[in-house]
Design a protein around this ligand. Structure first.
Ligand code: FAD
Length: 511
């Protein structure tokens, strides 16, 4: 298996004149002696200026906007690209002994700034750690190196073993197994296969001091204390570096069925989704688009379109789709075309890039809540976004459903006209105006979520962008997370200033 590079999406940074958007209050330095030690660890080291600038962005729309306009969020001093776990261990030990920040980086498809090296130091690029290490075809368990890109893993499973992981994020081509686990991601077929945390059964992790540990992976269930694998799933590189992942896989499905229905209101569609899940049916794809999104994707007019697709054993799929049909009996039958359109475009990632390039501010906000809270969350969030000056569009769909609730995925679009504020187009001030709109949109949706007692993220994670909302969302339990961080990473080298943590190594003024 070869390393699959991130597909070339050209944001054309003019690297000659790059200004960092954020400055650390206490800039990190790496002495010549420490740099020599790092270089001697045998890890490939990259110090080329263009590569360092490029390492300052992921797919967080704000970092993309700065990149397009010649700014980098923050550059690392060096990019290190290990191929083996023991190299990761050597690098971490050196960095820990010398208080050098280490930001783990994989596909850089994260949308919240998680892999942006805010305090500089080392960007630890894990994409050279690739390949399936072991397959237990009897137990349907696979061990894979963390830097393996999605299509490489899935095609090897399919072609050589007739298996599938069942994890298909929209960003499949851009993202890695380690990134999925670190962000606690969700694939688009999650209603049958689960989120990544339902698939991970064990991990190999390198701790901040260089120690290598393994968690779980030996048995389907355990009662040997709390689940240590779960501790690192969703930790976004702040508690340890994930180097290898043990995953549950499934036989390749031999059968598939599709359907699409139209509902007069989004709320009526949500109600049908709830009933389907609560009768025990888990169709792989069960996505409900509000009227604005339905029309945008499927040209379906005023209706709220529900897309359903299931795959697997024919008897299970038939029974599942029968339940779906009976719970959608009062809805419009939209035929199979909307599902075909959805399948065709499900990994298309061009829209975000192209709109960002023309100065439109847009983003998606995925949250999760109970069925009882979702109708109000949907209504309140859309109203609050549309009340912000500069807002052009606010819409939503339900993308992942469970027995007790679902994920609602909001999209907002806005543009502040710089001339209304006496500011030049494409200037730093114009970018900051758009950024202020962006922050306001996020603040308003996050306050709706906290008001309704829901989760502020379903699968994109926290990174930089959501860091300011974590304390309120977790309440006093955030103190437990901080204690864990301080115990596992006492010097504070791992991905500083992410996941809502402050850092002992420096701070950044985000205003
Ligand atoms: C167009 C688009 C569509 C998307 N669709 C989806 C979707 O359907 N579902 C979904 O869940 N997400 C989606 N995402 C978000 C993103 O792809 C995921 O968050 C993905 O899991 C990130 O993986 P990555 O390999 O790119 O990690 P990166 O972006 O490089 O890193 C993400 C975070 O994980 C940490 N990290 C990465 N690797 C490791 C490791 N080995 N050990 C420790 N920490 C690590 C980084 O420090 C960072 O904090 C989408 C993104 C885009 C741009």
């Amino acid at each position: 298996m070869t390393t699959k590079p991130t597909p070339p999406i050209d944001f054309s940074l003019p690297y000659e004149d790059v200004k960092p958007r954020f400055h650390s209050s206490e800039p990190v330095t790496i002495s010549r002696e420490v740099m020599d030690q790092l270089l001697l660890s045998g890890v490939e080291a990259i110090t080329d200026k263009a590569a360092l600038c490029e390492a300052g962005r992921d797919w967080w729309p704000i970092s993309l906007q700065w990149a397009i306009n010649g700014m980098t969020t923050a550059s690392p001093h060096v990019i290190l690209k290990p191929t083996e776990t023991k190299q990761v261990s050597s690098v971490l030990k050196i960095c820990n002994d010398n208080a050098i920040p280490v930001t783990p980086v994989a596909g850089r498809s994260g949308v919240v700034g998680g892999s942006v090296p805010l305090l500089g130091g080392v960007s630890l690029d894990l994409t050279a750690m690739t390949g399936i290490e072991d397959v237990d075809e009897t137990s349907l368990i696979v061990r894979v190196k963390a830097g393996t890109f999605g299509p490489d893993l899935e095609s090897e499973l399919r072609e050589n073993y007739h298996l599938t992981l069942g994890h298909f994020p929209q960003s499949m081509d851009l993202s890695t197994v380690g990134g999925w686990v670190a962000c606690r991601g969700a694939g688009q077929y999650s209603t049958r296969y689960g989120k990544i945390e339902d698939m991970v059964v064990g991990l190999e992790v390198v701790l901040a001091n260089g120690e290598i540990i393994t968690t779980g992976g030996l048995a389907p269930r355990s009662a040997v204390g709390p689940d240590l694998t779960a501790l690192f799933v969703g930790s976004e590189g702040t508690l340890g570096i994930i180097t290898s992942v043990v995953l549950k896989v499934h036989p390749l499905p031999t059968y598939e069925k599709r359907a699409a229905y139209g509902f007069p209101t989004f709320q009526a569609g949500l109600e049908s989704c709830r009933k389907i899940l609560q009768r025990g049916a888990t169709p792989a794809v069960l996505r409900l688009y509000d009227a604005a999104e339905s029309n945008r994707h499927f040209g379906s007019g005023e209706t709220n379109a529900l897309i359903v697709l299931d795959e697997g054993d024919p008897k299970l799929v038939d029974a599942t789709m029968e339940i779906v049909e009976s719970e959608c009996r009062d809805a419009l039958d939209l035929g199979l075309e909307p599902v075909a359109k959805w399948v065709e475009s499900k990994n298309d990632v061009k829209a975000l890039a192209s709109l960002t390039k023309i100065g439109i501010t847009l983003d998606t906000i995925e949250i999760a809540g109970r069925w009882s809270a979702l109708p109000r969350i949907y209504q309140d969030a859309l109203e609050e976004i549309l009340a912000i000056p500069g807002a052009l569009v606010a819409s939503a769909h339900q993308s992942h459903a469970y027995l007790d609730g679902a994920c609602i995925y909001f999209t907002f679009v806005g543009k502040i006209n710089p001339s209304d504020h006496g500011v030049e187009e494409n200037s730093e001030e114009a970018l900051k105006l758009n950024e202020a709109f962006y922050r306001q949109a996020w603040d308003s949706v996050m306050s709706v979520i906290n008001r309704h007692g829901a989760s502020i993220s379903h699968h994109h994670g926290i990174g930089i962008n959501r860091a300011r909302y974590v304390k309120e969302n977790l309440g006093a339990a955030f103190g437990v997370l901080e204690d864990l961080k301080n115990t596992l990473d006492p010097v504070g080298i791992l991905n500083p200033l992410k996941l809502g943590f402050s850092s002992k190594l420096g701070s950044v003024d985000f205003s």
